[in-house]
Design a protein around this ligand. Structure first.
Ligand SMILES: [Zn+2]
Length: 358
C-alpha cells in the first residue's frame, strides 16, 4: 500500500498537490525518505504517493512538520494557547446554594496570543529527545517546543524529558485530518487566536500550582496549630472559668444551669465534674444549632476529649455518661435521637423555658 503524503518537497520548498504538475511530472520528493513522489491531483483527497513498491514510515509526519515550519518561518509568529493556573479544589456551596460540592477554579495567567518569533528550526536533537519544531520567542531568547500530533500524541516518556528540560511546549492536533492536511488547515491551526493548540508543559503555571498547594498546606497547618492552642488554653482554665465561658457561649443564664444538667452514671470521667462538661455540651449544641441543627455524637465525643482530661471508673464510662446526658436532653425536649445522632429541636434561647426549667 502506498502512503498518502500531503506535501512534496522541491528545491527545499514544500508544495501541495494542487500547486504542481500532475503525476510523475510534479518533480517533488518525499520529505520523509527523499524518494520521488507522484502527485495525485484528481484523487478525492489530493495527495502525493510514493513510486510503486516504496515503503516509507514517516513521510506524512515529516511532510507536516516541515510544512508547519515553513509557514511559521514565513510569518515568524505562532498562536499560543491561554495559560491557566488550576487552584486547589475546595468544598463549597453550588450556584443555587443548596448543595455542598467540590469546586475547581482556575486563574488565567495569560490569554491566547500571537507570539512574534526570532527563530524557527525543525527536529533538532535536545538531550535524548527530538521535538517536532523549536521556536524562539522574539526579544526573550526563550524556546518553545511545538509538537504536532499527526498519528500519535506525545507519550509519557517524551513528556518526562520535556518536563526535565523545563521548556514550554505546545501540542497541535492534526490527527483527525490524516492525509487531508493542507496549508490552509495548518495556517488556521498555527495562527488563529484563540488557538486550538494546548499546553503540554508550562513550567511557570505548574510552579504556581505547586505554590498554591504548598500555601494551602501551610495555612491548614497554621489553623490546626491555632486550634490546638485554643484547646490547650481551655484545658488550663479552672472548672468555674470553664463553666462561665460555656454558659456565655450558649447564651444561658447561670441559674438555669442546674435544671439543664443532670446526674448521669460515669459523670466523673471528665476531670472537672458535671457542670463543666455538661455546660460544654450545651455550648456545643448551641453552636451546632446555628450551623446545621444536627448533632453528631462521634464528633462531640472527640471534641470533649480535647477539652477535658478523662479518667474512667469503668470501660467507656465517659461515652456512657455523654449518651445518658444526651438522652436526658431529649427527655426535656431539646433533642430528638436519630439513630446514633440527634436532631436539635429547640433554639438555645428557648432552653430556659423548657420542661425541666419550669
Ligand atoms: Zn517517503
Amino acid at each position: 500500500m502506498s502512503i498518502l503524503v500531503p506535501f512534496g518537497i522541491k528545491d527545499g520548498v514544500l508544495y501541495e498537490p494542487r500547486q504542481v504538475l500532475n503525476g510523475k511530472d510534479c518533480g517533488c520528493f518525499c520529505p520523509g525518505c527523499n524518494h520521488p513522489l507522484v502527485a495525485r491531483k484528481n484523487a478525492k483527497t489530493p495527495h502525493f504517493a510514493h513510486a510503486a513498491g516504496k515503503v516509507c514510515g514517516n513521510g506524512i509526519e515529516s511532510a507536516i512538520h516541515l510544512a508547519a515550519k515553513q509557514l511559521i518561518a514565513e510569518r515568524m509568529e505562532l498562536a499560543l494557547p491561554a495559560v491557566y493556573v488550576q487552584l486547589p479544589a475546595r468544598w463549597g456551596p453550588d450556584e443555587d446554594g443548596w448543595n455542598w460540592v467540590r469546586i475547581q477554579e482556575r486563574n488565567t495567567l495569560y490569554n491566547s496570543c500571537l507570539m512574534p518569533l526570532s527563530k524557527v528550526s525543525i527536529e533538532p536533537w535536545l538531550d535524548g529527545f527530538r521535538p517536532d519544531i523549536v521556536v524562539v520567542e522574539a526579544g526573550s531568547d526563550a524556546e518553545i517546543l511545538v509538537e504536532i500530533a499527526v498519528t500519535h500524541f506525545v507519550d509519557e516518556n517524551k513528556l518526562d524529558k520535556i518536563r526535565k528540560r523545563g521548556i514550554r511546549t505546545i501540542e497541535i492536533d492534526v490527527s483527525n485530518a490524516r492525509g487531508a492536511v493542507g496549508f490552509d488547515m495548518l495556517n488556521r491551526l498555527l495562527f488563529s487566536v484563540p488557538t486550538k493548540a494546548k499546553w503540554l508543559h508550562h513550567p511557570q503555571a505548574e510552579q504556581m500550582e505547586l505554590d498554591y498547594v504548598e500555601k494551602q498546606r501551610q495555612e491548614r497547618a497554621e489553623r490546626d496549630a491555632a486550634e490546638a492552642a485554643r484547646f490547650e488554653n481551655y484545658r488550663m482554665l479552672n472548672p468555674q472559668e470553664k463553666i462561665k465561658r460555656n454558659i456565655a457561649k450558649a447564651q444561658l443564664q447561670p441559674k438555669s444551669l442546674t435544671s439543664l444538667t443532670a446526674f448521669v452514671p460515669g459523670e466523673n470521667s471528665y476531670d472537672d465534674g458535671r457542670y463543666a462538661w455538661q455546660s460544654a455540651v450545651l455550648a456545643y449544641i448551641a453552636n451546632r444549632f446555628e450551623e446545621q441543627g444536627y448533632l453528631h455524637t462521634d464528633e462531640l465525643t472527640a471534641w470533649l476529649s480535647k477539652l477535658f482530661d478523662i479518667s474512667t471508673q469503668f470501660q467507656d464510662a465517659e461515652k456512657v455518661a455523654l449518651w445518658k446526658y444526651l438522652k436526658h436532653l431529649e427527655s426535656i425536649g431539646l433533642l430528638k435521637q436519630d439513630r446514633r445522632d440527634f436532631v436539635i429541636l429547640m433554639p438555645p434561647k428557648n432552653w430556659e423555658k423548657s420542661k425541666a426549667v419550669q
